[in-house]
Design a protein around this ligand. Structure first.
Ligand SMILES: Cc1cc2nc3c(=O)[nH]c(=O)nc-3n(C[C@H](O)[C@H](O)[C@H](O)COP(=O)(O)OP(=O)(O)OC[C@H]3O[C@@H](n4cnc5c(N)ncnc54)[C@H](O)[C@@H]3O)c2cc1C
Length: 408
């Protein structure tokens, strides 16, 4: 009798976990068990009341909730063993996980574990925002969950903090549910979302203040006003809520508690070109690797890592020591973060994905064993995806480094 409850346990039923589970089933994996703590699959897309989702993977545009239901149907059709209402509370040694559910606490074992637990926006506590503690200070994800699952809009005139893609989703969510933001603010001198998308707030009549940050929240029970610092000057802005958008961090608590740990750049688990973590029984995919990408990106990444993982089932776990991909400041992170000597598995990543910490002008280059093999110059923007093809020789190298030379 097999010592395993499943060939693969997937933790997280968002786009990346579902895509990986379906791909593994298509490639002959026997039992693929998909665990999610929520009552339905779909992950963060479930509470998005807007489109676009699903164009590339399903050939049509879905609203978030419908996309989530589509994912659940596809997983069921592929024969994935779906267990919603199951929270994984611990990664154990040797491919076991501790799970809590309505049935109590149990330990499940599998030949491989895939973690696809997504990412979350930084809440008030982690942003160290001072002031009163009234209700009405929420993230975009929380606002959308209030609306989608409880029909609640917690404010009518919120201030929106941040200017990432998700901040535009926040503006749209407010406007389509009867709330009119008083302003959108961004501490940097430029928006984080690309033009022309970042013109959206202004086009719909929401003032967008750059070089502005929030200093204080005022209000006894509900938010009544905020103090902002705009171009160095303090001013008070009346509003009834604060919407904290973006600044996503990977949901990597399971890795942090385990001996696997997380990468200091991405805050997610370090993975190699197959999506395999430092412990070769564990894989990871989607936003847990490097918050944050679109739903479609997470889906395609999950599918690619599912393909590598399916080929790895039944093999002896590789004992090869990985080589870390290093980088200069102001590069924030690189995924894959480690490389292993090429194995007979299909690679999941064709490109290194990089992000910058801040806006920087200069020359970015990739070195293998100290020899430059790629370079590009330009102005690099924070939190924007940069893709660099992974050279065929990279997995054999002992020194893989991204060098940055700043230019004025
Ligand atoms: C507010 C908001 C708006 C967005 N708007 C868009 C948009 O318009 N278009 C677009 O393409 N993308 C959008 N996105 C991004 C998109 O939703 C994500 O990129 C995508 O959902 C990421 O997929 P994922 O599989 O990596 O993780 P997620 O979708 O986050 O799924 C992770 C899953 O893991 C589960 N989980 C976590 N921890 C555990 C645990 N310990 N045990 C069991 N289950 C666990 C969670 O319940 C969740 O279901 C938006 C995201 C947000 C937050």
């Amino acid at each position: 009798m097999s010592p395993f409850d499943a060939d693969v346990i997937v933790i997280g039923g968002g786009p990346s976990g579902v895509a990986a589970a379906i791909e593994m089933r298509k490639r002959g994996a026997g039992r693929v068990t998909l665990l999610d703590r929520e009552p339905a699959l779909g992950g963060a897309t479930r509470h998005c009341s807007h489109s676009p989702f699903g164009m590339l993977e399903f050939g049509r545009v879905y609203f978030g909730a419908a996309y989530g239901r589509k994912l659940e149907r596809e997983a069921a059709t592929a024969g994935v063993d779906i267990r919603t209402g199951h929270s994984v509370v611990r990664l154990e040694e040797g491919g076991a996980v501790t799970v809590t559910s309505g049935r109590g606490v149990e330990t499940l074992r599998a030949s491989r574990i895939l973690v696809t637990t997504g990412a979350r926006e930084k809440p008030r506590s982690a942003r160290l925002l001072s002031g009163d503690r009234p209700i009405g200070v929420v993230t975009t994800g929380t606002l959308q969950a209030y609306i989608a699952f409880h029909g609640l809009v917690p404010f009518r005139r919120p201030l929106i903090v941040g200017s990432e893609l998700v901040s535009l989703s926040a503006v749209l969510t407010c406007l389509t549910h009867g709330a009119r933001p008083v302003a959108m603010i961004e501490p940097r001198s430029h928006a984080l979302a690309r033009a022309p998308l970042n013109w959206f707030p202004t086009l719909v009549g929401v003032p967008f203040h750059r070089s502005t940050d929030i200093v204080d929240i005022i209000g006894r029970d509900r938010v009544e006003a905020v103090t902002i610092r705009r171009n160095g000057e303090l001013e008070t802005l009346a509003c009834d809520g604060v919407l904290l958008t973006g600044q996503f961090t990977p949901e990597s608590a399971l890795f942090l508690q385990s001996s696997i740990g997380v990468d200091t750049g991405s805050d997610g688990p370090a993975v190699d070109q197959y999506g395999r973590a430092r412990d070769p029984l564990h894989f990871a995919a989607g936003n847990v690797l490097r918050a944050v990408e679109t739903g479609g990106w997470a889906y395609r990444e999950g599918r690619a890592i599912g393909r590598s993982l399916a080929a790895d089932i039944g093999r002896d776990p590789e004992a090869v020591q990985p080589v870390a991909v290093s980088f200069d400041d102001p590069v924030k992170l690189v995924v894959p973060n480690i490389l292993r000597r090429a194995a007979s598995l299909p690679a999941a990543f064709r490109d290194f994905q990089l992000r910058f910490l801040r806006r920087a002008k200069g020359r970015l280059s990739l070195e293998l064993e100290g020899r430059e093999v790629w370079h590009a110059s330009g102005t690099w923007m924070p939190e924007r995806r940069v893709l660099v093809p992974i050279p065929a020789a990279a997995p054999q190298a002992q020194h893989v480094h991204f060098r940055f030379r700043e230019e004025s």
